[in-house]
Design a protein. Structure first.
Length: 196
């Protein structure tokens, strides 16, 4: 018993000195819903792939091909793997998300290139989130169904962080799909704005 305790203490002391990776798996987040193309829900037989990428570096963390899970019927289901970093010096695995990070969702029809359709923060471990993709209201950053002053404040913040504008900013405000938030996008925002 004393040897086991001594051995465990030595291993822990060595780990403390070397800054060993301390990632702890968290309950996965589940993202599910329907895919809408031109306002019409696609079925399980559609050649559509849904891809989740970590917003910070673009690494793919989840993928779902419509129809691959018969229980999902005409819906998509993405399992977003989460982890918790115990030590500040730890590095995050490339195929996981940390709670609070943003996941960017892309769709890909048949042989077409990927298209960014949404971005959202995963704020809770084990979260189950219903989100239809392709049906968003343009410029509705917070997803409340209207373009308001709250969305305007987000637009200003996204536009001012031009080089660092992440997937959530681009998904909400880059209406001309040039990869930037510009005055052309602001003109579109103004036409969408409903100040109530």
């Amino acid at each position: 018993m004393k040897r086991t305790t001594l051995f465990a203490a030595l291993v822990l002391a060595n780990a403390w000195q070397t800054g060993i990776f301390a990632g702890i798996p968290e309950p996965d987040a589940i993202l599910y819903g329907q895919i809408l193309i031109d306002g019409v829900a696609v079925g399980a037989d559609a050649e559509v792939t849904i891809i989740a990428r970590r917003d910070s570096d673009g690494n793919e963390i989840a993928r779902y091909v419509m129809g691959e899970n018969a229980d999902a019927c005409d819906s998509y289901v993405l399992r977003i793997p989460l982890e918790l970093l115990v030590e500040v010096s730890s590095t995050q695995r490339t195929d996981t998300l940390l709670v609070g990070q943003t996941v960017s969702i892309y769709t890909c029809e048949a042989q077409s290139p990927e298209s960014l359709v949404d971005a959202l923060p995963i704020d809770d471990r084990g979260a189950v989130i219903y989100r239809d993709l392709g049906s968003r209201i343009p410029c509705d950053f917070n997803g409340d169904g209207r373009v308001s002053l709250v969305d305007h404040a987000s637009f200003v913040k996204c536009m001012s962080s031009q080089g660092a504008a992440g997937g959530q900013c681009l998904a909400a405000f880059d209406e001309d799909d040039d990869g930037l938030i510009t005055l052309a996008d602001f003109a579109f925002f103004q036409r969408s704005f409903a100040p109530n």
